[in-house]
Design a protein around this ligand. Structure first.
Ligand code: BG6
Length: 300
C-alpha cells in the first residue's frame, strides 16, 4: 500500500521505491520524516512531542495565520501565540488524491482549531479552509497549501513552511542564492542587503530574506555536494534559522543539545507582509524539494 493511515499519522511510500517515504502527523499536518532512498532528509528533535501537547520540534511545522508574534496591537493576529494555530491543531485526513506521483491531502477549518485559540483571531469572525497537499514523486517532495476565505470577512495572514533539514555538520553547510536579497536580521533587528554569495553558519542565525525571486533556487551545499535544491511558488520570503548553543539549551523539546550542529531551517513563506483574502478568494503556494542538484549560482 502506498498510503497507510493510523490514528495519528499517514505514511506515504513511493510505489516505485520502497526506501522512499514521507510520514505526516495529523497533529499540525506536520511532516515528521522524509526518507529518500533510505536516507532521512529532515531533522526531528529526539524530544519532539508527537502527542499533540505542543508543536513538533522538527520536520515541517506549518505556520498560519501569523509568523512569529505580531507586534501591531491593532492587527487581528496580535492576540495569537507565536506562529499561530495551524501547527497545533489536528488536521483532517482527506485521503489520497493521485497515485502516480502519490499525493495525499489534509484539511483544516475553524472547527478543528481549539476554540479559545481560534476566537483570538479577529474575535472568531474569520472563516477559512486550508488544504495541504503532500506529494512524493521519484526525485522530489512537494508541500502545497491552499488557503480559502470561506466567510464574509476579509482576513490577512502569513504562511510559512518551517522546514528543518538534517545536515551532517552545520559549520560545513553553505546556503546559496540569497545574495542581493533584502534581509531582516531578527537578532540584530536591522535590515540590510545580503552581500555574501553563500551563507555559512558559525553562531545563532535568524534572518528573513525578503522578496527572493521565484527563479532563484535556494540550495544547501555541503562540501561541494548539493543536499537540497528548493523551488518555491508564491513564497517570496525565506527564513533561515539555526538556534545554536544557548537558544537550543532554552528549548525543552530540543534534543540532543548538540543537535543544532545537525540541523538547518530554510523556511519558505510569505511573512514580510500579510496576504489579504476577501470573501471567496483563494491563495495557493508550494515548496518543491529535490535532494540533490548541480550547484547553480544565480545572481541578479
Ligand atoms: C523561526 C523564527 O522561524 O522559528 C525564530 O525565525 C524562532 O525566531 C524559530 O525562534 C522557532 O520558533 P518556535 O516557536 O518553534 O520555537
Amino acid at each position: 500500500m502506498a498510503v497507510e493511515e493510523t490514528d495519528t499519522q499517514v505514511i506515504i511510500t513511493n510505489p516505485s521505491d520502497p526506501n522512499s517515504s514521507v510520514t505526516i502527523l495529523k497533529y499540525g499536518a506536520t511532516v515528521i520524516s522524509w526518507i529518500y532512498k533510505g536516507e532521512e532528509k529532515l531533522w526531528l528533535s529526539d524530544d519532539a512531542k508527537l502527542d499533540g501537547s505542543k508543536p513538533v520540534r522538527g520536520g515541517i511545522p506549518l505556520v498560519f495565520p501569523v509568523f512569529g508574534k505580531c507586534k501591531d496591537a491593532s492587527h487581528d493576529t496580535e492576540p495569537l501565540p507565536q506562529h499561530g494555530f495551524a501547527r497545533n491543531s489536528t488536521w483532517q485526513f482527506l485521503g489520497q488524491v493521485t497515485e502516480s506521483p502519490c499525493a495525499v491531502q489534509f484539511g483544516l477549518g475553524p472547527e478543528d482549531v481549539d476554540q479559545e485559540l481560534y476566537k483570538k483571531w479577529g474575535k472568531g469572525r474569520h472563516d477559512f479552509t486550508l488544504v495541504l497537499t503532500v506529494t512524493l514523486a521519484d526525485d522530489t517532495f512537494t508541500t502545497q497549501i491552499e488557503v480559502e476565505n470561506t466567510g464574509a470577512s476579509t482576513f490577512e495572514f502569513n504562511w510559512l513552511f518551517h522546514t528543518y533539514y538534517r545536515v551532517e555538520d552545520v559549520t560545513d553547510s553553505l546556503v546559496t542564492n540569497l545574495m542581493d536579497s533584502t534581509c531582516y536580521d531578527q537578532l540584530l533587528a536591522t535590515t540590510y542587503q545580503e552581500k555574501a554569495p553563500m551563507l555559512s553558519f558559525h553562531e545563532e542565525f535568524d534572518r528573513i530574506y525578503k522578496k527572493v525571486e521565484e527563479e532563484k533556487h535556494i540550495q544547501i551545499v555541503d562540501k561541494g555536494k548539493v543536499l537540497v535544491t528548493l523551488e518555491r511558488e508564491n513564497l517570496p520570503d525565506a527564513v533561515v534559522w539555526n538556534p545554536w548553543i544557548e537558544k537550543s539549551k532554552g528549548m525543552a523539546d530540543f534534543a540532543p543539545k548538540l543537535g543544532y550542529m545537525n540541523m538547518l531551517c530554510i523556511e519558505p513563506g510569505h511573512v514580510a507582509d500579510f496576504i489579504t483574502l476577501t470573501r471567496g478568494e483563494k491563495w495557493i503556494a508550494s515548496q518543491k524539494i529535490t535532494p540533490f542538484g548541480e550547484i547553480r549560482v544565480q545572481t541578479d
